[in-house]
Design a protein around this ligand. Structure first.
Ligand code: NAD
Length: 337
Protein backbone atom coordinates (compact mmCIF):
# COMPACT_ATOMS: atom_id res chain seq x y z
CA UNK A 1 0.00 0.00 0.00
CA UNK A 2 1.42 3.34 -1.05
CA UNK A 3 1.11 6.41 1.16
CA UNK A 4 1.34 9.74 -0.60
CA UNK A 5 2.10 13.02 1.13
CA UNK A 6 0.04 15.72 -0.57
CA UNK A 7 1.56 19.15 0.02
CA UNK A 8 -0.90 21.98 -0.55
CA UNK A 9 -3.52 19.32 0.12
CA UNK A 10 -6.26 21.70 1.30
CA UNK A 11 -5.88 23.95 -1.77
CA UNK A 12 -8.00 23.94 -4.89
CA UNK A 13 -6.21 21.25 -6.89
CA UNK A 14 -4.69 19.45 -3.89
CA UNK A 15 -8.13 18.82 -2.34
CA UNK A 16 -9.44 17.32 -5.60
CA UNK A 17 -6.29 15.20 -5.82
CA UNK A 18 -6.85 14.05 -2.23
CA UNK A 19 -10.31 12.74 -3.12
CA UNK A 20 -9.04 11.18 -6.36
CA UNK A 21 -6.10 9.37 -4.69
CA UNK A 22 -8.27 8.14 -1.80
CA UNK A 23 -10.87 6.81 -4.25
CA UNK A 24 -8.09 5.04 -6.16
CA UNK A 25 -7.10 3.19 -2.98
CA UNK A 26 -4.02 5.16 -1.91
CA UNK A 27 -3.44 6.25 1.65
CA UNK A 28 -2.70 9.93 1.91
CA UNK A 29 -1.32 12.45 4.39
CA UNK A 30 -2.05 16.15 3.90
CA UNK A 31 0.30 19.05 4.62
CA UNK A 32 -0.72 22.68 4.17
CA UNK A 33 -0.01 25.93 5.99
CA UNK A 34 -3.51 27.24 5.09
CA UNK A 35 -1.97 30.40 3.62
CA UNK A 36 -4.46 30.16 0.75
CA UNK A 37 -7.01 27.57 1.86
CA UNK A 38 -9.45 26.64 4.62
CA UNK A 39 -9.36 23.73 7.06
CA UNK A 40 -13.10 23.33 6.36
CA UNK A 41 -12.18 21.46 3.18
CA UNK A 42 -11.07 18.52 5.36
CA UNK A 43 -14.65 17.80 6.41
CA UNK A 44 -15.74 17.94 2.76
CA UNK A 45 -13.03 15.42 1.81
CA UNK A 46 -14.30 13.16 4.61
CA UNK A 47 -17.90 13.52 3.41
CA UNK A 48 -16.92 12.62 -0.14
CA UNK A 49 -14.66 9.68 0.66
CA UNK A 50 -15.71 8.42 4.10
CA UNK A 51 -12.08 8.83 5.17
CA UNK A 52 -10.30 11.44 7.28
CA UNK A 53 -6.66 11.44 6.26
CA UNK A 54 -4.09 12.83 8.71
CA UNK A 55 -3.62 16.59 8.27
CA UNK A 56 -0.55 18.57 9.30
CA UNK A 57 -0.89 22.34 9.40
CA UNK A 58 2.58 23.58 8.55
CA UNK A 59 5.11 24.75 6.04
CA UNK A 60 7.01 22.69 3.47
CA UNK A 61 10.06 24.68 4.59
CA UNK A 62 9.79 23.35 8.15
CA UNK A 63 12.41 20.55 8.18
CA UNK A 64 11.63 19.29 11.73
CA UNK A 65 7.94 19.01 10.82
CA UNK A 66 8.84 17.07 7.68
CA UNK A 67 10.98 14.72 9.81
CA UNK A 68 8.00 14.20 12.09
CA UNK A 69 5.73 13.36 9.15
CA UNK A 70 8.25 10.94 7.61
CA UNK A 71 8.83 9.33 11.00
CA UNK A 72 5.11 8.80 11.66
CA UNK A 73 4.04 7.62 8.21
CA UNK A 74 5.63 5.35 5.63
CA UNK A 75 5.51 7.96 2.90
CA UNK A 76 6.24 6.32 -0.45
CA UNK A 77 5.81 9.37 -2.67
CA UNK A 78 4.90 13.04 -2.76
CA UNK A 79 2.33 14.98 -4.74
CA UNK A 80 3.73 18.49 -4.40
CA UNK A 81 1.07 21.18 -4.88
CA UNK A 82 2.12 23.64 -2.16
CA UNK A 83 3.07 26.99 -3.61
CA UNK A 84 2.05 30.59 -4.15
CA UNK A 85 0.48 31.06 -7.56
CA UNK A 86 -0.50 34.67 -8.31
CA UNK A 87 1.57 36.02 -11.20
CA UNK A 88 0.98 39.73 -10.46
CA UNK A 89 1.80 39.25 -6.77
CA UNK A 90 5.01 37.45 -7.74
CA UNK A 91 6.10 40.53 -9.69
CA UNK A 92 5.53 42.71 -6.59
CA UNK A 93 6.93 40.27 -4.02
CA UNK A 94 9.53 38.18 -5.85
CA UNK A 95 11.50 37.19 -2.73
CA UNK A 96 8.40 35.82 -1.06
CA UNK A 97 7.79 33.66 -4.13
CA UNK A 98 11.38 32.43 -4.41
CA UNK A 99 11.50 31.68 -0.69
CA UNK A 100 8.16 29.92 -0.52
CA UNK A 101 8.17 28.05 -3.81
CA UNK A 102 11.87 27.41 -4.50
CA UNK A 103 13.51 27.28 -1.06
CA UNK A 104 10.46 25.45 0.31
CA UNK A 105 10.65 22.83 -2.43
CA UNK A 106 14.39 22.38 -1.86
CA UNK A 107 13.74 21.73 1.85
CA UNK A 108 11.04 19.22 0.94
CA UNK A 109 13.42 17.40 -1.45
CA UNK A 110 16.14 17.33 1.22
CA UNK A 111 13.71 15.70 3.64
CA UNK A 112 12.71 13.19 0.98
CA UNK A 113 16.34 12.32 0.33
CA UNK A 114 17.05 12.00 4.04
CA UNK A 115 14.14 9.59 4.51
CA UNK A 116 14.76 7.61 1.32
CA UNK A 117 11.57 8.72 -0.44
CA UNK A 118 12.39 9.54 -4.07
CA UNK A 119 9.10 9.61 -5.97
CA UNK A 120 7.47 12.93 -6.66
CA UNK A 121 4.92 14.53 -8.95
CA UNK A 122 5.23 18.30 -9.15
CA UNK A 123 2.69 21.01 -9.98
CA UNK A 124 4.48 22.92 -12.68
CA UNK A 125 2.78 25.27 -15.09
CA UNK A 126 2.53 26.24 -18.74
CA UNK A 127 4.05 29.56 -17.61
CA UNK A 128 7.48 27.86 -17.76
CA UNK A 129 7.30 28.13 -21.56
CA UNK A 130 7.09 31.93 -21.53
CA UNK A 131 6.18 33.29 -24.95
CA UNK A 132 7.70 30.75 -27.33
CA UNK A 133 6.01 32.08 -30.48
CA UNK A 134 4.19 28.80 -31.17
CA UNK A 135 0.53 28.22 -30.34
CA UNK A 136 0.64 24.51 -29.42
CA UNK A 137 3.26 24.08 -26.69
CA UNK A 138 5.30 20.86 -26.73
CA UNK A 139 7.24 19.59 -23.74
CA UNK A 140 10.59 19.85 -25.53
CA UNK A 141 10.32 23.60 -26.14
CA UNK A 142 12.94 25.80 -24.47
CA UNK A 143 11.79 27.19 -21.13
CA UNK A 144 11.77 30.98 -20.87
CA UNK A 145 9.28 32.11 -18.22
CA UNK A 146 8.56 35.84 -18.23
CA UNK A 147 7.62 36.48 -14.58
CA UNK A 148 8.91 35.50 -11.12
CA UNK A 149 6.11 32.96 -10.56
CA UNK A 150 6.99 31.14 -13.78
CA UNK A 151 10.68 31.31 -12.89
CA UNK A 152 9.99 29.67 -9.51
CA UNK A 153 8.38 26.79 -11.41
CA UNK A 154 11.33 26.48 -13.79
CA UNK A 155 13.80 26.61 -10.88
CA UNK A 156 12.01 23.81 -9.05
CA UNK A 157 11.95 21.84 -12.31
CA UNK A 158 15.74 22.42 -12.54
CA UNK A 159 16.27 21.20 -8.96
CA UNK A 160 14.28 18.06 -9.71
CA UNK A 161 16.08 17.41 -13.01
CA UNK A 162 19.43 17.80 -11.22
CA UNK A 163 18.38 15.43 -8.44
CA UNK A 164 17.40 12.79 -10.99
CA UNK A 165 20.68 13.28 -12.85
CA UNK A 166 22.68 12.85 -9.63
CA UNK A 167 20.80 9.81 -8.31
CA UNK A 168 19.06 7.32 -10.58
CA UNK A 169 16.70 6.25 -7.76
CA UNK A 170 14.71 9.48 -8.13
CA UNK A 171 11.54 9.35 -10.23
CA UNK A 172 9.84 12.64 -10.97
CA UNK A 173 6.97 13.84 -13.14
CA UNK A 174 6.86 17.56 -13.92
CA UNK A 175 3.19 18.27 -14.62
CA UNK A 176 2.73 21.45 -16.61
CA UNK A 177 -0.86 22.56 -16.11
CA UNK A 178 -2.62 24.77 -18.60
CA UNK A 179 -5.75 26.45 -17.11
CA UNK A 180 -7.42 24.31 -14.42
CA UNK A 181 -11.09 25.17 -13.85
CA UNK A 182 -14.29 23.52 -12.68
CA UNK A 183 -14.99 21.68 -9.46
CA UNK A 184 -15.92 18.29 -8.10
CA UNK A 185 -19.35 17.38 -9.55
CA UNK A 186 -20.78 17.09 -6.01
CA UNK A 187 -20.31 20.85 -5.55
CA UNK A 188 -18.70 20.14 -2.17
CA UNK A 189 -15.15 21.20 -3.06
CA UNK A 190 -13.95 23.83 -5.49
CA UNK A 191 -11.77 26.89 -5.94
CA UNK A 192 -12.22 29.42 -3.13
CA UNK A 193 -10.00 32.42 -3.82
CA UNK A 194 -9.21 34.38 -0.65
CA UNK A 195 -9.04 37.75 -2.44
CA UNK A 196 -10.27 39.14 -5.77
CA UNK A 197 -9.79 36.22 -8.17
CA UNK A 198 -6.84 36.36 -10.56
CA UNK A 199 -8.17 33.84 -13.04
CA UNK A 200 -11.00 34.12 -15.52
CA UNK A 201 -13.35 31.36 -14.35
CA UNK A 202 -13.56 32.30 -10.64
CA UNK A 203 -13.89 35.94 -11.71
CA UNK A 204 -16.85 35.15 -13.98
CA UNK A 205 -18.34 33.02 -11.20
CA UNK A 206 -18.03 35.94 -8.75
CA UNK A 207 -19.79 38.23 -11.26
CA UNK A 208 -22.52 35.60 -11.72
CA UNK A 209 -23.26 35.49 -7.97
CA UNK A 210 -23.04 39.27 -7.71
CA UNK A 211 -19.91 39.49 -5.53
CA UNK A 212 -18.21 41.45 -8.33
CA UNK A 213 -20.14 43.85 -10.57
CA UNK A 214 -18.60 43.34 -14.00
CA UNK A 215 -16.09 41.19 -15.88
CA UNK A 216 -13.20 43.08 -17.46
CA UNK A 217 -12.02 41.44 -20.65
CA UNK A 218 -8.50 42.55 -21.50
CA UNK A 219 -8.20 42.86 -25.27
CA UNK A 220 -10.77 42.28 -28.01
CA UNK A 221 -8.39 42.92 -30.91
CA UNK A 222 -6.22 39.80 -30.76
CA UNK A 223 -5.77 37.80 -33.98
CA UNK A 224 -8.25 35.14 -32.76
CA UNK A 225 -11.71 34.23 -34.09
CA UNK A 226 -13.57 36.70 -31.85
CA UNK A 227 -10.64 38.95 -30.88
CA UNK A 228 -10.39 37.76 -27.25
CA UNK A 229 -7.56 35.67 -25.78
CA UNK A 230 -7.63 31.89 -26.20
CA UNK A 231 -6.49 29.48 -23.49
CA UNK A 232 -6.57 25.74 -22.85
CA UNK A 233 -9.00 25.19 -19.96
CA UNK A 234 -8.93 21.79 -18.29
CA UNK A 235 -11.44 20.35 -15.82
CA UNK A 236 -9.84 19.91 -12.41
CA UNK A 237 -11.22 16.35 -12.30
CA UNK A 238 -9.37 15.55 -15.55
CA UNK A 239 -6.28 17.25 -14.17
CA UNK A 240 -6.16 15.15 -11.01
CA UNK A 241 -6.85 11.98 -13.04
CA UNK A 242 -3.69 12.98 -14.96
CA UNK A 243 -1.82 13.06 -11.62
CA UNK A 244 -3.00 9.56 -10.81
CA UNK A 245 -1.73 8.35 -14.20
CA UNK A 246 1.57 10.20 -13.78
CA UNK A 247 2.12 8.83 -10.28
CA UNK A 248 1.39 5.27 -11.39
CA UNK A 249 3.79 5.68 -14.33
CA UNK A 250 6.72 6.67 -12.09
CA UNK A 251 7.46 2.98 -11.57
CA UNK A 252 7.85 2.51 -15.33
CA UNK A 253 9.69 5.74 -16.08
CA UNK A 254 12.79 6.45 -13.99
CA UNK A 255 14.33 9.91 -14.11
CA UNK A 256 12.57 13.18 -14.65
CA UNK A 257 9.85 13.61 -17.30
CA UNK A 258 7.75 16.66 -18.15
CA UNK A 259 4.12 16.23 -19.22
CA UNK A 260 1.62 18.80 -20.41
CA UNK A 261 -1.77 18.52 -18.73
CA UNK A 262 -4.26 20.28 -20.98
CA UNK A 263 -7.03 19.37 -23.39
CA UNK A 264 -5.15 20.37 -26.55
CA UNK A 265 -7.99 22.76 -27.44
CA UNK A 266 -8.36 26.47 -26.83
CA UNK A 267 -11.42 28.47 -25.84
CA UNK A 268 -11.74 32.25 -26.08
CA UNK A 269 -12.85 34.48 -23.21
CA UNK A 270 -16.14 35.14 -24.99
CA UNK A 271 -16.71 31.39 -25.47
CA UNK A 272 -16.17 30.85 -21.74
CA UNK A 273 -18.61 33.67 -20.95
CA UNK A 274 -21.22 32.19 -23.32
CA UNK A 275 -20.83 28.74 -21.75
CA UNK A 276 -21.27 30.30 -18.30
CA UNK A 277 -24.41 32.20 -19.33
CA UNK A 278 -25.86 28.90 -20.62
CA UNK A 279 -24.98 27.02 -17.42
CA UNK A 280 -26.05 29.70 -14.93
CA UNK A 281 -29.07 31.09 -16.83
CA UNK A 282 -28.01 34.60 -15.99
CA UNK A 283 -26.24 37.41 -17.78
CA UNK A 284 -22.57 38.13 -17.16
CA UNK A 285 -22.02 41.88 -17.68
CA UNK A 286 -18.62 42.54 -19.24
CA UNK A 287 -16.53 45.45 -20.47
CA UNK A 288 -13.61 45.37 -22.87
CA UNK A 289 -10.38 46.89 -21.59
CA UNK A 290 -7.04 47.39 -23.34
CA UNK A 291 -4.73 44.38 -23.65
CA UNK A 292 -2.55 43.71 -20.60
CA UNK A 293 1.20 43.83 -21.21
CA UNK A 294 2.63 40.33 -21.47
CA UNK A 295 -0.65 38.57 -22.29
CA UNK A 296 -0.54 36.26 -25.29
CA UNK A 297 -3.25 35.94 -27.96
CA UNK A 298 -3.54 32.18 -27.96
CA UNK A 299 -1.90 29.02 -26.68
CA UNK A 300 -2.80 25.48 -25.78
CA UNK A 301 -1.13 22.22 -24.88
CA UNK A 302 0.26 19.71 -27.34
CA UNK A 303 -1.06 16.55 -25.71
CA UNK A 304 0.39 13.69 -27.82
CA UNK A 305 3.35 12.97 -25.54
CA UNK A 306 1.23 12.78 -22.38
CA UNK A 307 -1.37 10.59 -24.09
CA UNK A 308 1.30 8.18 -25.38
CA UNK A 309 3.33 7.95 -22.18
CA UNK A 310 0.58 8.07 -19.55
CA UNK A 311 -2.40 6.70 -21.49
CA UNK A 312 -4.35 9.68 -20.16
CA UNK A 313 -6.32 12.36 -21.91
CA UNK A 314 -8.86 14.92 -20.81
CA UNK A 315 -12.51 13.85 -21.04
CA UNK A 316 -14.61 16.87 -20.15
CA UNK A 317 -15.58 19.72 -22.46
CA UNK A 318 -15.90 23.41 -21.69
CA UNK A 319 -19.64 23.20 -20.93
CA UNK A 320 -19.07 20.52 -18.26
CA UNK A 321 -16.20 22.56 -16.75
CA UNK A 322 -18.43 25.61 -16.49
CA UNK A 323 -21.45 23.66 -15.17
CA UNK A 324 -19.39 22.10 -12.37
CA UNK A 325 -17.74 25.40 -11.56
CA UNK A 326 -21.14 27.08 -11.35
CA UNK A 327 -22.60 24.24 -9.27
CA UNK A 328 -19.81 24.76 -6.71
CA UNK A 329 -20.07 28.55 -6.77
CA UNK A 330 -23.85 28.77 -6.41
CA UNK A 331 -23.85 26.31 -3.50
CA UNK A 332 -20.88 28.02 -1.83
CA UNK A 333 -21.02 31.71 -2.80
CA UNK A 334 -18.50 32.54 -0.06
CA UNK A 335 -16.32 29.50 -0.62
CA UNK A 336 -15.71 27.57 2.61
CA UNK A 337 -16.73 30.46 4.89
N1 NAD B 1 -4.66 26.89 -10.42
C1 NAD B 1 -3.91 27.16 -11.48
O1 NAD B 1 -4.33 27.88 -12.38
C2 NAD B 1 -2.53 26.57 -11.60
C3 NAD B 1 -1.92 26.51 -12.87
C4 NAD B 1 -0.64 25.98 -12.96
C5 NAD B 1 0.02 25.52 -11.83
N2 NAD B 1 -0.60 25.60 -10.62
C6 NAD B 1 0.13 25.14 -9.43
O2 NAD B 1 -0.60 24.09 -8.83
C7 NAD B 1 -0.40 24.13 -7.41
C8 NAD B 1 -1.74 24.12 -6.71
O3 NAD B 1 -2.48 25.24 -7.18
P1 NAD B 1 -3.93 25.59 -6.65
O4 NAD B 1 -4.65 26.26 -7.74
O5 NAD B 1 -4.51 24.43 -5.98
O6 NAD B 1 -3.55 26.72 -5.58
P2 NAD B 1 -4.04 26.89 -4.06
O7 NAD B 1 -3.49 28.19 -3.60
O8 NAD B 1 -5.49 26.66 -3.95
O9 NAD B 1 -3.28 25.67 -3.35
C9 NAD B 1 -1.95 25.76 -2.94
C10 NAD B 1 -1.93 25.35 -1.48
O10 NAD B 1 -0.58 25.38 -1.01
C11 NAD B 1 -0.59 25.94 0.30
N3 NAD B 1 0.77 26.46 0.50
C12 NAD B 1 1.38 27.48 -0.14
N4 NAD B 1 2.64 27.62 0.30
C13 NAD B 1 2.84 26.66 1.25
C14 NAD B 1 3.92 26.29 2.05
N5 NAD B 1 5.09 26.94 2.00
N6 NAD B 1 3.78 25.24 2.90
C15 NAD B 1 2.61 24.57 2.98
N7 NAD B 1 1.53 24.89 2.23
C16 NAD B 1 1.65 25.92 1.37
C17 NAD B 1 -1.69 26.97 0.31
O11 NAD B 1 -2.21 27.23 1.60
C18 NAD B 1 -2.73 26.30 -0.59
O12 NAD B 1 -3.65 25.53 0.18
C19 NAD B 1 0.43 25.37 -7.12
O13 NAD B 1 1.78 24.99 -6.97
C20 NAD B 1 0.25 26.21 -8.37
O14 NAD B 1 1.36 27.03 -8.62
C21 NAD B 1 -1.86 26.09 -10.47
Amino acid sequence: METILITGGTGYIGSHAAVCFLEAGYQIVLLDNLSNSHAAVLQRIATLTGQSPPFYRGNIADAPLLDEIFNHHKITGIAHFAGLKAVAESVQQPLRYYQNNVAGSATLCAAMQKHGCKKLIFSSSATVYGAPGAVAYTEDMPLAPVNPYGRTKRMVEDILRDLCAADSDWRVALLRYFNPVGAHPSGLIGEAPQAVPNNLMPYIAAVAVGTLPVLHIFGNDYPTADGTGVRDYIHVQDLVAGHLAAYAALDKHPGCTAYNLGTGKGASVLEVVAAFVKAAHREIPYQFQPRRPGDLAEYYAAVDFTREKLGWQAQFDLQKMVEDHWNWQKNNPKGYL
